[in-house]
Design a protein around this ligand. Structure first.
Ligand SMILES: CC(C)(COP(=O)(O)OP(=O)(O)OC[C@H]1O[C@@H](n2cnc3c(N)ncnc32)[C@H](O)[C@@H]1OP(=O)(O)O)[C@@H](O)C(=O)NCCC(=O)NCCS
Length: 196
């Protein structure tokens, strides 16, 4: 998801030093017509360091990040897989196996309430092709299916029109606003449908 959100380079309590993810190429967590979602690891550092160093990509977030901060973000992702099962997954274009960004589920606290955010961030050459909504829909489905969550949110700067469109395309509604990371953000949400 997200956002002015942090999507999320903020620190957590996690210490990933001893955590190892399974071989990443053999076990995608989700597949869509054009994309795979898979766990990320330190082998992806070059890609994520470049992604988080791009001012346009980070415009509605907390600003660009250093290579070291990007590595720490990967370590926190790895720890989150271990603790929660989910996290920010790498988005891979099936056509050529290119890593194009991340999309996944991030724990957030919004006005004191624990929430899970669908977060997404792609490298600029891959914008405008519907990849983010395709990946975000898969992450939403994992949230409601495998992880049995009742609700997911997205935290979005109102000026981030592209991200607002992604949230809308995956069926999220603008619920309220909040102050987080020193910014006013829209809270989009969607809830798991009751079985028919
Ligand atoms: C937000 C983001 C994930 C959108 O991903 P995407 O795969 O490009 O999404 P889409 O292709 O569905 O495009 C979404 C909207 O962006 C707009 N858009 C797409 N390409 C555009 C371009 N080149 N110029 C201007 N607007 C563009 C369109 O309005 C589109 O909506 P539409 O299809 O209804 O017209 C991507 O731009 C991104 O990674 N941005 C930086 C990180 C970020 O802001 N993440 C979200 C934080 S809350």
């Amino acid at each position: 998801m997200t956002p002015a959100s942090s999507n999320d380079l903020t620190a957590s309590d996690s210490n990933a030093a001893s955590v190892h993810s399974p071989p990443r190429q053999c076990c995608p967590v989700a597949e869509t017509p054009r994309l795979l979602l898979r766990r990320i690891d330190r082998d992806d550092l070059d890609f994520f360091a470049a992604l988080f160093a791009d001012p346009e990509v980070m415009r509605f977030s907390l600003g660009v990040r250093t290579r070291e901060q990007s590595g720490e973000w990967i370590d926190r992702a790895t720890a989150t897989y271990c603790q929660r099962g989910y996290g920010p997954w790498g988005v891979v274009r099936k056509l050529d196996q290119t890593l194009i960004g991340f999309c996944g589920l991030l724990d957030q606290t919004v006005d004191g309430v624990a929430e899970v955010e669908v977060a997404y961030r792609l490298a600029e050459p891959y914008w405008g092709q519907g990849f983010a909504p395709e990946a975000a829909a898969a992450a939403r489905d994992l949230a409601f299916g495998e992880f049995r969550l009742a609700r997911v949110i997205a935290l979005i700067d109102a000026n981030n029109i592209r991200s607002v469109r992604v949230a809308e395309k995956i069926g999220m509604d603008w619920q309220t606003q909040t102050l987080k990371w020193g910014r006013r953000l829209r809270v989009y949400q969607c809830t798991r449908r009751a079985p028919e």
